[in-house]
Write a new protein. Structure first.
Length: 341
């Protein structure tokens, strides 16, 4: 077993290129990136999908799908039992029930809504807490999620989402503020109600674009299309060229953290305006401008326009910060240290 011996240092407790790893489910492509990294480091990796039947339904209809989804987990559970895996790593906390039912030691990774939304539902809260109690270690991808994991501190590992900075990093950086992108899903959880009241004034300063994506998209197109150009989201592989069409990115305003959208924008060398809580990033503050209101957004755009030196510093600092905190080599190092120590 990969965990049967006691390490005498920070090195893995066994030769990592001998490890057989199961990555169960995928969220935002994170498990796929992890699989590529781990295979490149010499590990044998199986990616295992889980049934999503009924996952997008609303309650109470979603409750009716739970027995069918559990039944669909049976082949995966059997595979985990028989697979002689050194590491079982399940993405999304509720899906960790597959790890529990397999009877094997497992790692579980929290991504966001599987905590701050699911913990509000009595059924999912019970499932989630069962998974948390049984998991060997709990990864969480943004610093705000630690607040929802009280009582499990000894199991927690902060594992920021991996970003391929070398693919996203620009050949040239923007030099002036002409085009601004609102790079957030149009969803209340992203705090877009703090962004769009600024767009009429913002459109007098710059060209404003937003994603035509999310539950509020229809209403927002109707209300704001006079001042905002709405465009469909692009495939993940095209995010870099898409972001490089713009000079400044406005990110989410609700949770106080950098989601993958803001991190990818930084990696492309675009100054980012977002509702960040600086206390969550005291060790290595990201090079962003904090704004929490429509007035704050306007002031930030005006500040960037008036100070080319500041604009250039933020643009150039973004890829370096992402490389330090979210780079692929860093992510692999954290994974192996957690798996094998």
């Amino acid at each position: 077993s990969a965990t049967s011996s006691t390490p005498t240092s920070n090195q893995p407790s066994r030769t990592p290129d001998l490890a057989r790893i199961a990555l169960v489910h995928d969220v935002a492509g994170v498990a796929s990136v992890q699989a590529k990294l781990l295979r490149g480091a010499g590990h044998e990796v199986d990616q295992i999908a889980l049934s999503q039947a009924g996952a997008a339904w609303s309650w109470p209809a979603k409750a009716l799908a739970i027995p069918y989804r559990l039944a669909a987990y049976v082949p995966t559970i059997d595979r985990l039992r028989r697979g002689r895996y050194d590491v079982v790593h399940v993405h999304w906390l509720a899906h960790g029930i597959a790890g529990v039912l397999s009877g094997q030691p497992f790692f579980v990774q929290a991504h966001g809504s599987d905590l701050h939304l699911n913990m509000k539902n009595p059924v999912y809260r019970w499932v989630t807490r069962t998974v948390l109690k049984k998991a060997k270690l709990i990864f969480y991808v943004t610093p705000n999620l630690r607040e929802y994991l009280k009582g499990f501190e000894s199991k927690l590992r902060y594992l920021p989402n991996p970003v391929d900075v070398e693919t996203l990093a620009p050949k040239t950086f923007p030099t002036e503020v002409k085009k601004v992108l609102i790079f957030a899903r149009l969803d209340p959880i992203k705090g877009v109600d703090h962004i769009f009241p600024a767009v009429e004034r913002l459109s007098q300063l710059v060209e404003v674009t937003a994603l035509d994506w999310g539950p509020l998209a229809g209403a927002y197109r109707q209300s704001y299309s006079r001042w905002v150009r709405f465009v469909p989201p692009v495939p993940h592989g095209e995010v870099g060229p898409f972001l490089q069409q713009f000079d400044v990115v406005i990110g989410q305003m609700h949770q106080g953290i950098l989601s993958l959208s803001e991190i990818e924008a930084l990696a492309t060398g675009r100054p980012v305006i977002t509702g960040i809580d600086g206390t969550l990033y005291e060790e290595d503050p990201p090079p962003v401008i904090a704004a929490h209101s429509p007035d704050g957004i306007i002031e930030a755009v005006q500040q960037l326009s008036a100070d080319p030196g500041m604009f250039a510093r933020l643009a150039q600092a973004g890829p370096d910060w992402v490389r330090r905190n979210h780079g692929l080599a860093h992510h692999l190092e954290l994974l192996e240290a957690s798996y094998f120590s």
